[in-house]
Design a protein around this ligand. Structure first.
Ligand code: FES
Length: 361
């Protein structure tokens, strides 16, 4: 899951790259504290657009771990997009930003897989990281379908050309320009990618583009385990407000309607965690009924992943193996996810006395 650090870090900007007229990359000094996987994102604190205080935004890393220790995010201006516009207008070399460690589940599982990548506009950011890593560290073929408004809005055009030259037998980019071909329809997309049905698919871009690409994958019968997508999210709260490791008080648990929602919970008297956080049993240390799982794990010094703390991003996802938990809010997991046992640690309360969960999936 990337970094083992859970507390915010300060990152210093060492370079700013004008990618297009409305997109910039910000390169941050190497931090020995932070490791990440291709496709993951940083949660960055930016001043709020109200009179005071701060808010947070998530930006995918466009760098790849094998390239260097530097971290790079690429930010495209969005009309009325407070975070992206603030960063593009204000963040300069020498400035520092506060960030949560890299997070996210939009990452590759097997280095040897063939990849079918869909990117729309700035959705190229995590996809670029995945493509570079797969080409450098893997052995499979990589096909990138990349849609943009016009030629001038193509981010990483020359970097993609370089990759094509370096890996002529393994990498191809299929550019699609709205100014030339119009918005790609499901039928057009399907015709372009139908030869790659055995590949692992990754999709990121604006909502209509993602909807079309995911429909194509469904129609081409891609199995669930070979379909991955990343949505742009705009956080409502500020995860930097919470001191997760030292707080004496438990964070309040608030339901979707804003009402405290703990009535049906009961302490888990036997609680087990397995997978990437280690194998840990809490047989004499209850998981309290009014404390969300994420807070419980962080206070026990386990490096549980998280970003938004608001049920909006899925960084904190885990799998229930035994027993049951309930969630007070869920904006990201669909019926299939829930049916497979996935839940959000930042929203999960114990429902049974014996619970076993896993971070290994
Ligand atoms: S941390 Fe974002 S959904 Fe839990």
């Amino acid at each position: 899951m990337g970094s083992n650090v859970t507390e915010p870090v300060q990152l210093r900007v060492v370079d700013v790259i004008e990618e297009t007229s409305d997109a910039k990359s910000f390169v941050f000094e190497a931090s020995s504290l932070l490791s990440y996987k291709p496709g993951q994102f940083l949660t960055i604190e930016v001043p709020s657009n109200s009179d005071s205080g701060n808010t947070a935004r998530c930006y995918s890393l466009s760098s790849a771990p094998h390239e260097s220790d530097l971290l790079k995010i690429t930010v495209k201006r969005v009309r009325d997009g407070h975070g992206s516009n603030w960063l593009c207008d204000n963040l300069k070399v020498g400035h520092t930003v506060k960030a949560l460690p890299p997070s996210g589940l939009f990452t590759t599982r097997q280095a040897s897989s063939d990849l079918l990548l869909f990117a729309g506009g700035s959705g190229i950011t995590p996809v670029m990281s995945i493509a570079k890593s797969a080409l450098a560290s893997g052995s499979g073929d990589v096909v990138l379908f990349y849609a943009n408004r016009n030629e001038a809005s193509v981010i990483f055009a020359s970097e993609l050309n370089d990759l094509s030259a370096k890996y002529p037998d393994r990498f191809v980019t299929i550019h699609w320009l709205e100014s030339v071909q119009g918005i790609p329809t499901v039928t057009q997309l399907k015709n372009v990618v139908r030869h790659f049905c055995s590949y692992d698919a990754y999709v990121c871009g604006p909502a209509p583009f993602m909807a079309a690409a995911l429909t194509v994958l469904d129609e081409l019968k891609f199995p669930r385990e070979r379909k991955h997508h990343e949505r742009f999210i705009s956080l409502e709260g500020n995860p930097f407000d919470v001191d997760v490791t030292t707080a004496e008080q438990d964070s309040p648990v608030v339901g979707v309607d804003g009402v405290a929602s703990v009535a049906a919970s009961k302490a888990a008297r036997s609680f087990r965690v397995s997978g990437k956080l280690g194998d840990v049993s809490f047989d004499h240390d209850d998981w309290p009924p009014d404390q969300v799982l994420l807070d419980f794990l962080l206070k026990k010094k386990l490096p549980a992943p998280f970003s938004c703390r608001a049920g909006e991003c899925s960084s904190c996802m885990f799998k229930v193996v035994e027993g049951s938990v309930k969630m007070t809010k869920n904006d990201v997991l669909d019926e299939e996810d829930l049916g497979d046992g996935f839940r959000l640690a930042c929203q999960a309360l114990p429902e049974t006395e014996e619970i076993s969960i896993s971070y290994d999936f």
